[in-house]
Design a protein around this ligand. Structure first.
Ligand code: COA
Length: 178
């Protein structure tokens, strides 16, 4: 395998089984109790802004994006990001993050957040979100709450509990009906 053989493609439903297997291998069954998964349970991920790396017909890495809300603000949450073990440390993860951030910016998304390792994501343009600014639906190490700002000032607008954007829409609809 050479890196030149690896292609980066928008995700399609046909990739789903392999993505599930990659995430299972990377994070194990315990992933379902994580705060980020709780948010993702609130609705679908944004397939148009999610990407895979393929070697021939085989999916070797995946990054997904999910629309989220925090207070009145909207953003994307990046993750899961996972690379098959045999393809790690080749720059594939970094490249997928760059592609996803580029697509988010092109789509007019003001900010991207994630729960992850600052030593990895820091050089990719992510910074810690100030403690107490946002909260997650399940416990999370606050030092791992990171953001990438696309529109200046957008991250400061993210306040309160993070949820899937679809849930915020439903809650706003219910409140308007009351
Ligand atoms: C983390 C992960 C996505 C990185 O993807 P990758 O394609 O192997 O990484 P890249 O080739 O883009 O980058 C490799 C560099 O990142 C570093 N790195 C990898 N994981 C890291 C981490 N968790 N924290 C800090 N640095 C990390 C490597 O040591 C390497 O450093 P170097 O360039 O100085 O040698 C991949 O290892 C993976 O799937 N891990 C399991 C799932 C996971 O942890 N996902 C991220 C959630 S935080």
């Amino acid at each position: 395998m050479s890196l030149a053989d690896v292609k980066y493609l928008p995700e399609t439903p046909a990739h789903d089984p392999e993505i599930e297997a990659i995430n299972d291998e990377a994070f194990g069954p315990g992933r379902f109790v994580l705060a980020a998964y709780k948010i993702r349970e609130g609705g679908p991920h944004e397939r148009a802004l999610s990407f895979v790396a393929v070697d021939g017909d085989i999916v070797v890495a995946s990054v997904r994006m999910t629309r989220i809300a925090a207070g009145a603000s909207r953003a994307l949450m990046l993750g899961p990001l996972a690379v098959r073990p045999a393809f790690k440390n080749l720059g594939i993860g970094r490249r997928l993050v760059a592609i996803a951030l580029g697509a988010a910016a092109k789509a007019g998304v003001p900010a991207v957040i994630l729960v992850g390792d600052e030593p990895y994501y820091g050089p990719l343009g992510f910074k810690r979100i100030p403690r107490g600014q946002i909260s997650m639906p399940r416990p999370v190490d606050l030092d791992r709450l990171l953001s990438h700002e696309i529109v200046p000032g957008a991250v400061a607008g993210l306040v309160g509990e993070v949820c899937h954007a679809d849930q915020a829409r439903v809650a706003a609809h219910v409140a308007a009906m009351a």
